[in-house]
Design a protein around this ligand. Structure first.
Ligand code: UGA
Length: 435
C-alpha cells in the first residue's frame, strides 16, 4: 500500500529553520531597520486579528495536547468532499454517520463496513503519533478508495465539530476516537483525560445542541471491570474498581453518557470491547508487537499472575466487533431532545462485545509461533503493576439478545488472518522503502 502523505502528525516535529533566512537580511541604515521592524509588528498584529479557531496551535510542547496541532479545514472543495462522502446510496435506507477515530483500527473497519452497505460516512481523526502514523495514513488511503473522506481534526475542536454538523445532518455518531492502551496511561496520564474525558464532553456538547440530535454509539472498554473477580463479566457487575487510569477514564465516560442522556435526551450506547485484534490492528497491542519481535528474534515478556498463574484475555476478532457496532447503530433509537432541550426519556445502553472464551497469553504466543514458523524467545515475568488485570471474560447474552451479536471467529482463525495481513503489509512497506 502506498503512503499518501509523510507529514508527521505531532506538533514540533517539523521545525522550520529560520536562522539562515534572517542571517541573510543585512540592514545598513536605521531608517530601513525601523521600516522593517514596523512592518513585522504590523504583520504580527494582523495575524492576531485574523487567526481563526481552526488555525490555533496551542502548547506544542505538551504531549497531552499533541493532538491539538494546527489543522486547516474549510473551503468549497473541502465541503464538497464531505457532502460526497456523507451521501447515502439511493437504494439504501441508510444512515449518515460521523465516525470519530476513523483512521484507527476499529474506526477503519467500521467505516468501511458502513460504506459498503450504502450508509453515508464521514471520518474524523487527528492522526496523532501514539503509534506509527504511517499505518493510519495507509488505512486512510484504503478508506479513500472506498469513498470515505476523513476530516483531519480533533474531537476537542468545537468549531470544527459544529461546522461538520452544519454541513451534514448526522443521524448517528460512532465515537471511536480515544487514547487507547492500558499501560501507556502511566507514562502520559493527561492524554487520557484530554481525549477520553474532555474530548467526549466536547463531542456530546455539540451533539446535544445539534438539530436533529444524532444517536451516539461509543467505545467503552472491558477494562472497566477492573478488579472484579466474578466471571464471566456481566453488564450488571460492579465497575467501580478500575485498575488503570485508562479504565477510570472509560468508566467516567459511561457516567458522562448517563448525564447527557438524563439532561438532554441523547440516545447513548456504550460498547465494552474485549481486547480486539486482527488485520490493520494496533501496533501497541501484545499480539502485534509479539509478532514483530518474534520475527526479529527479539525476546518477548509474557506476564504471569500470582503463583505463576496464567494471564488470559477474551480476545475478540475485529469482524465480530464490527458486526456488534453495526448492530448497535441499527438498534439505536433516536435522541429525544432538540435545540439542547430534552423532550422525553431516551435510550441509554451498555453492552459487552467479547468472544466468551478467554485464552492464556502463553497460548496466544504458541499460536503465533506455529503460524510464523519461528520459535519465540520467551521471558516469563511477574505481571508488573502497570494497570493490567489478570483475566477478562465477557458474558455477551445481552448483546446477543438485543443486537443479534454472535462472535464466530476463534483466536486461531483470527490470528491466521492477522499474520497473513502483517506479512503482506510489511513486505509491501519494505519494497516501497527500497524503491
Ligand atoms: O479489552 C480492552 O478493554 C482493552 O484491550 C486492550 O488491552 P489489553 O487487553 O491489555 O491488551 P494488550 O495490551 O494487547 O495485552 C494483551 C495481554 O498480553 C499481556 N501482555 C502484554 C504485554 C506484554 O509485554 N506481555 C504480556 O504478557 C497483557 O497482560 C494482556 O493480558 C487494549 O489495548 C485496550 O485499549 C482495550 O481497551
Amino acid at each position: 500500500m502506498s503512503r499518501l502523505d509523510d507529514i508527521p502528525s505531532s506538533p514540533g516535529k517539523f521545525k522550520i529553520d529560520k536562522s539562515s533566512y534572517f542571517n541573510r537580511l543585512r540592514f545598513q541604515s536605521s531608517p530601513t531597520k525601523f521600516a522593517f521592524v514596523s512592518f513585522l509588528l504590523l504583520c504580527l498584529i494582523s495575524l492576531l486579528f485574523l487567526r481563526s479557531p481552526s488555525s490555533v496551535n496551542p502548547s506544542l510542547s505538551d504531549p497531552s495536547r499533541r493532538s491539538l496541532r494546527t489543522f486547516t479545514y474549510g473551503g468549497p472543495a473541502w465541503e464538497k468532499r464531505i457532502r460526497a462522502s456523507a451521501r447515502t446510496r439511493t437504494s439504501s435506507n441508510g444512515m449518515t454517520v460521523l465516525v470519530t477515530g476513523a483512521a484507527g483500527f476499529v474506526g477503519t473497519h467500521v467505516s468501511s463496513a458502513l460504506k459498503r452497505r450504502g450508509d453515508g460516512v464521514i471520518g474524523l481523526d487527528n492522526f496523532n503519533d501514539y503509534y506509527d502514523p504511517s499505518l493510519k495514513r495507509a488505512r486512510q488511503a484504503l478508506l479513500e478508495r472506498s469513498g470515505v473522506f476523513i476530516v483531519e481534526g480533533d474531537i476537542n475542536d468545537v468549531e470544527l465539530l459544529r461546522k461538520l454538523f452544519k454541513i451534514v445532518s448526522f443521524t448517528h455518531v460512532m465515537h471511536l476516537a480515544a487514547q487507547a492502551g492500558v499501560r501507556y496511561a502511566m507514562e502520559n496520564p493527561s492524554s487520557y483525560v484530554h481525549s477520553n474525558i474532555a474530548g467526549l464532553v466536547n463531542l456530546l456538547e455539540v451533539c446535544k445542541a445539534a438539530n436533529p440530535q444524532p444517536a451516539i454509539v461509543w467505545a467503552s472498554s472491558s477494562s472497566v471491570y477492573g478488579l472484579n473477580t466474578k466471571v464471566p463479566f456481566s453488564e450488571k457487575d460492579r465497575t467501580d474498581q478500575p485498575a488503570s487510569l485508562y479504565a477510570a477514564t472509560k468508566k467516567a465516560g459511561e457516567e458522562i453518557a448517563h448525564t447527557y442522556n438524563h439532561i438532554y435526551g441523547l440516545s447513548l450506547t456504550g460498547l465494552r470491547f474485549f481486547t480486539v485484534y486482527g488485520p490493520w490492528g494496533r501496533p501497541d497491542m501484545a499480539y502485534f508487537f509479539f509478532t514483530k519481535d518474534i520475527l526479529k528474534g527479539k525476546s518477548i515478556s509474557i506476564f504471569e499472575s500470582a503463583n505463576h498463574g496464567t494471564v488470559a484475555r477474551d480476545f475478540t476478532y475485529i469482524d465480530d466487533i464490527v458486526k456488534g457496532c453495526l448492530g448497535a447503530l441499527d438498534t439505536a433509537e433516536k435522541s429525544t431532545g432538540s435545540g439542547g432541550k430534552k423532550r422525553g426519556p431516551a435510550q441509554l445502553r451498555v453492552f459487552n462485545l467479547g468472544n466468551t472464551s478467554p485464552v492464556p497469553v502463553s497460548d496466544l504466543v504458541s499460536i503465533l509461533e506455529r503460524q510464523l514458523k519461528v520459535k519465540a524467545k520467551k521471558n516469563l515475568i511477574k505481571m508488573p503493576r502497570n494497570g493490567d488485570v489478570p483475566f477478562t471474560h465477557a458474558n455477551i447474552s445481552l448483546a446477543q439478545r438485543q443486537l443479534g451479536y454472535k462472535p464466530t471467529t476463534d483466536l486461531q482463525t483470527g490470528l491466521k488472518k492477522f499474520v497473513r495481513w502483517y506479512l503482506s503489509y510489511y513486505a509491501g512497506e519494505k519494497k516501497a522503502a527500497a524503491r
